[in-house]
Design a binder for this molecule. Sequence first.
Ligand SMILES: [Zn+2]
Length: 146
Amino acid sequence: MKCPGCGSEGIKVFPETVFNLLKDEAKKDFYENLYFACTNPSCDVAYFGEDIYKVGSIKTAIWYKDKSDNVYLCYCNKVTRAAIKEAYLKVGADIKKILAQTGACGGGRCRTENPLGRCCHMTIKHYVQELEQQRGEEGRKGKCNI
Ligand SMILES: [Zn+2]
């Protein structure tokens, strides 16, 4: 299914994920049916299918739409991007250590708390890889090339 806002391919999500993340005023008109998430960061459609829900009717910031530091990567235990970064700077790129340090990825309520209804483990892993890359680039910048 393609997003009616931007035309990119949506990702199927559980109706209960959509319902749980809707603001209260949007909940009353909710109809349980097929829903898809639009993961295009520049599109303001959060979910579409039976109905269209824009980012504004979702009660939390969505990690793949909003790259701010204060957005959760782990929604179950409310661990932000900034907290993961802080842990990374402390313990390095070891995912197990980062999870232990932050308490991320231990909530078990991903199906209703995470905007995609999926475990945050891969998201955190990818983010740490991104941080590693950034660090590598900064390291090279700092070196004298002459
Ligand atoms: Zn879209």
